[in-house]
Design a binder for this molecule. Structure first.
Ligand code: NIG
Ligand code: FE
Length: 412
């Protein structure tokens, strides 16, 4: 019903990404989209809008003259909040050291942990704001943020507190993830099981008590935590009803994706070394495969995720930045879309679904965001483009005409 709307966008090409729409991109040509109380109230052809009896004094009409609308973009895997930087490690890697060697010498994640522990919540917020603004400016309306650079009670919770505060101040939805099991802190050297005991007994309950975490994540890798240790964290998270993500098969195959799927994980992420058994398990559990091509590119990896198998088993594929100081210091979801196409051979339509519908699924938010359909959040972008494939094709100019968050036009 357009009559009940507060605002109506008219003359739009709506790339709805709605899986029920038969056209590619879920495209609805010459449509109108009406919004009420932050939600999409109606999407219908212009002919229906023209027939509707609308009181023009009460409804704001926004004519986009044939421009494209898509759902707001969703970056479903980031480590946005940290202090310090790792430019010297970038230099060391170019002089011949590997990411693994740097980590084993106490650099890598632990160097960021040192800088992050020394920062206050206010400082963490200040450092995160320019990164957040860059994502907002390119069309991101929902963002996942992980902890994982504290590895102690105060700092892990401070990162999540900073994430929650950013969501109060900026026009963006933020999904938070407790990644306490990211690396072994120095004070637990050679005592990984004791650290996992602490994550399960102290850290997860403390985060839950303050409602700071929507999900947990574990870095399951020979460099980090074993499948058995990972499983203990996933079981504890399940007890608390938290969502589950796993950093899986990034540098080696640990059968981490199969483990994640056995806990009905929302997503398994990276997946360069994923095998067919893992793909089959993910398909059965409807666990999303979150692809992170910027980290693949930045580490100069050569082993690609098994995209054809993921397609064959119809595993939903999301695309995210993995923004972090070590393996992905490039703050652009549009760049991740481009690299998903050029490096992993996704189609531009798969890349766009990867940052909308499938990214929503990867955050357990598929009933709220990720598609343009009646009843979902009115988070969308009006683009100055001729075809939706342009969003993955070109990076460096910003074709945003309007950014709409919860039904409100936003400027940042
Ligand atoms: O997603 N793989 C583990 N964690 C991050 C890298 C973290 C870092 O190097 O600081 C990632 O690639
Ligand atoms: Fe990551």
């Amino acid at each position: 019903m357009f009559a009940a709307c507060e605002k109506i966008w008219i003359n739009a090409q709506i790339a709805s990404l709605d899986s029920r729409q038969p056209a590619s991109y879920g495209l609805l040509t010459q449509h109108a989209l009406g919004v009420s109380q932050g939600l999409i109230q109606n999407i219908a052809p212009m002919s229906a809008f023209e027939r509707a009896r609308i009181n023009l004094n009460e409804v704001e009409i926004i004519d986009v003259h044939g421009a494209y609308l898509t759902p707001g973009l969703i970056d479903c895997h980031t480590h946005l909040i940290y202090a310090g930087h790792r430019a010297q490690e970038f230099e060391q890697r170019l002089l011949g050291l590997s990411y693994q060697q740097i980590a084993q010498q106490g650099g890598g994640i632990l160097s960021t942990v040192g800088a992050t522990r020394a920062a206050s919540v206010e400082q963490l917020i200040e450092l995160a704001i320019p990164r957040l603004k860059a994502l907002i400016a390119e069309g991101v309306t929902t963002l996942e943020i992980k902890s994982g650079y504290g590895l102690d009670l105060v700092t892990e919770l401070n990162i999540l507190r900073a994430a929650r505060q950013l969501a109060q101040v900026f026009p963006i939805r933020i999904s938070t993830t407790l990644l306490g099991a990211h690396a072994l802190p120095p004070d637990y050297k050679n005592r990984a099981d004791a650290y996992i005991d602490w994550v399960c007994a102290e850290l997860i309950p403390a985060a839950v008590a303050e409602n700071l975490a929507d999900a947990v994540d574990v870095f399951c890798e020979y460099l980090a935590f074993s499948p058995a240790q990972t499983e203990r964290v996933l079981a504890r998270a399940t007890d608390y009803g938290l969502g589950i993500h796993v950093h899986a098969e990034q540098l080696s195959n640990q059968q981490a994706a199969t483990l994640a799927a056995s806990y009905q994980a929302w997503s398994a992420d990276h997946l360069e070394y994923l095998d067919e058994a893992g793909v089959a398990a993910m398909a059965k559990a409807r666990t999303v495969a979150t692809l992170l091509p910027i980290a693949f590119y930045f580490l100069g990896e050569t082993q690609r995720p098994p995209i054809d198998l993921l397609r064959r088993y119809q595993v939903p594929m999301a695309v995210a930045t993995d923004f972090n100081p070590g393996t992905a210091p490039l703050v652009s979801l549009r760049l991740a879309m481009n690299m998903a196409c050029t490096l992993f051979r996704l189609t531009p339509e798969e890349a766009l679904a990867g940052v909308t519908r499938h990214a929503a699924l990867a955050l357990g938010l598929e009933n709220k965001i990720g598609q343009l359909a009646t009843g979902l959040a009115a988070d969308f972008i009006v683009w100055n483009i001729q075809h939706p494939a342009e969003l993955a094709y070109q990076v460096g100019v910003n074709p945003i005409k309007q950014r709409v968050f919860a039904g409100e036009l936003t400027y940042v």
